[in-house]
Design a protein around this ligand. Structure first.
Ligand code: FAD
Length: 470
């Protein structure tokens, strides 16, 4: 059986970190086994994260457009309605196709796939309780922990995935709630809030911090919040949830100002708890082999992704750094390159972040607040999509590009974009930052007309000298 043979690399976890590491290892000629307990590959991202959320964001956007925008474009029909089961089925189909696709990639690259729960019995042996009820021991010279992260609840709040849901429940509601309360104004809460808001829910976002998405550039964040408010999303910032009562039909929340004060109540049919995620290492047997973790439970690794235990590595959401699928993938490739005796490389300063609302918000590099905190003298170039011809042509012009460049050298420090397709537009900026480009470099690159990308060129012109179209 698989377990009796020695592997060069064993990967525990088949998410974007783990499955990419496994495929890359096999491509580098290493004998590789990947262990996954879920029954399907793709991890959080593909099964209950990035992919199903983007499916629902797209479907709900189409409904919203049909209701509110099509008529402006001269497309009329008598009525539009939501068929929620069909919408969910479309999402499920996308997920199923993609998870099976990874199984196909495993076969193509000759990665052994063991379905079951892995736990260390030594630094080179993993005991797997297989999903078919058996047990096997998988041995490997190198073992990569890619067990990812799990939903984090809040003290006193029990997630039942019906009335009080995590993102996983919010991706599979069987009815459109009349009132949805989202606890936590991070990107997952805002994305899921957008989905149900577009489908008709009254959405209130309760957040302890004074701002939405704290990692975002302050100026962009303010515009973003205003945009969401125009879409009828309500915000209760600097507010904490101090009590939850589920005894009635719905849920009654007791709220209090973050700094203390008078309590208020808020009613909801469904409450989404999106207050962050926590590294997942339950049942893995880390103590047994002595792998070090930090206070948050994250596995500590060096720049080669090696833990303190020889031959044991960790990547993705289970180690410190942004909890993002593409970051996990980069970790996976670099980790395996090191194991194969090559050079791996991930530049954590240039990992893009995207919020997939409408408009989307995407950024890379430093925010204006970070540039200031570093004491760097800088210039700002901005360009609104209201002055971009393509955005006007399609009547979807809410948004802005903001470029921060070092005053002395013109080197680009950070790029922040709010636009319908910001998540696609940002990669020109990621490449620019990777090659240490100046804003003049982007300003002098020929951009096709009419495209939204021209707004990036114009913002670069503004940072470097003057824009043409505003
Ligand atoms: P995971 O994807 O969590 O995979 C770990 C896998 O390991 C799991 O499948 C688990 O079953 C398995 N496992 C754990 N322990 C064991 C064990 N002992 N034995 C066997 N198997 C085990 N990121 C983005 O970049 N873009 C997005 O748009 C985005 N949207 C998101 C939306 C939502 C609603 C959520 C929840 C997350 C989203 N993320 C997004 C974050 C993204 O999903 C994670 O950053 C990413 O999945 C991390 O990859 P990973 O491989 O480290 O871990």
């Amino acid at each position: 059986s698989l377990g009796s043979e020695d592997n060069d690399v064993v990967v525990i976890g088949g998410g974007p970190g783990g499955y990419v590491a496994a495929i890359k290892a096999a491509q580098l000629g290493l004998k590789t086994t990947c262990i996954e307990k879920r029954g399907t590959l793709g991890g959080t991202c593909l099964n209950v994260g990035c992919i199903p959320s983007k499916a629902l964001l797209h479907s709900s956007h189409m409904f919203h457009e049909a209701q509110h925008s099509f008529a402006n474009h001269g497309v009329k029909f008598s009525s539009v309605e939501v068929d929620l089961p069909a919408m969910m089925a479309q999402k499920d189909k996308a997920v199923a196709n993609l998870t099976r696709g990874i199984e196909g990639l495993f076969k193509k690259n000759k990665v052994n796939y063991v379905k079951g729960y892995g736990k260390f019995i030594s630094p080179s042996e993993v005991s797997v309780d297989t999903l078919d009820g058996g047990n096997t021991v998988v041995k490997g010279k190198n073992i990569i922990i890619a067990t990812g992260s799990d939903v984090k609840s809040l003290p006193g709040i029990t997630i039942d995935e019906k009335k009080i849901v995590s993102s996983t429940g919010a991706l599979a509601l069987s009815e459109i709630p009349k009132k949805l309360v989202v606890i936590g104004a991070g990107y997952i809460g805002l994305e899921m809030g957008s989905v149900w808001g577009r489908l008709g829910s009254e959405v209130t976002v309760v957040e302890f911090a004074p701002d939405v998405v704290p990692s975002m550039d302050g100026e962009i964040r303010k515009q973003f919040q205003r945009t969401l408010e125009k879409q009828k999303m309500k915000f209760m910032l600097k507010t904490k949830v101090v009590g939850v009562d589920t005894s009635g039909d719905g849920v009654k929340l007791t709220l209090e100002p973050a700094s203390g004060g008078d309590q208020t109540t808020l009613e909801a049919d469904v409450v989404l708890v999106s207050a962050g995620r926590t590294p997942f290492t339950a049942g893995l047997g880390l103590d047994k082999i002595g792998v070090e973790t930090d206070k948050l439970g994250r596995i500590l690794v060096n720049e080669r992704f090696a833990s303190n235990v020889s031959g044991v590595y960790a990547i993705g959401d289970v180690i410190p750094g942004p909890m993002l699928a593409h970051k996990a993938e980069e970790d996976g490739v670099a980790c395996v390159e090191f194991i194969a005796g090559k050079q791996g490389h991930v530049d954590y300063d240039k990992v893009p972040g995207v919020v997939y609302t409408h408009p989307e918000v995407a950024s890379v590099g430093k925010t204006e607040e970070q540039v200031k905190a570093h004491g760097i003298e800088y210039r700002v170039g901005k360009f609104p999509f209201l002055a971009n011809s393509r955005a006007k042509a399609i009547d979807d012009a809410e948004g802005i590009v903001k470029i921060l460049a070092e005053k002395e050298t013109d080197k680009i420090l950070g790029v922040h974009i709010m636009a319908p397709n910001a998540g696609e537009l940002i990669h020109e900026a990621v490449v620019a930052l990777t090659y240490d480009a100046a804003s003049e470099d982007i300003a002098r690159v020929c951009h096709a007309h009419p495209t939204m990308s021209e707004a990036l060129k114009e913002a670069a012109m503004a940072a470097h000298d003057k824009p043409i179209h505003i």
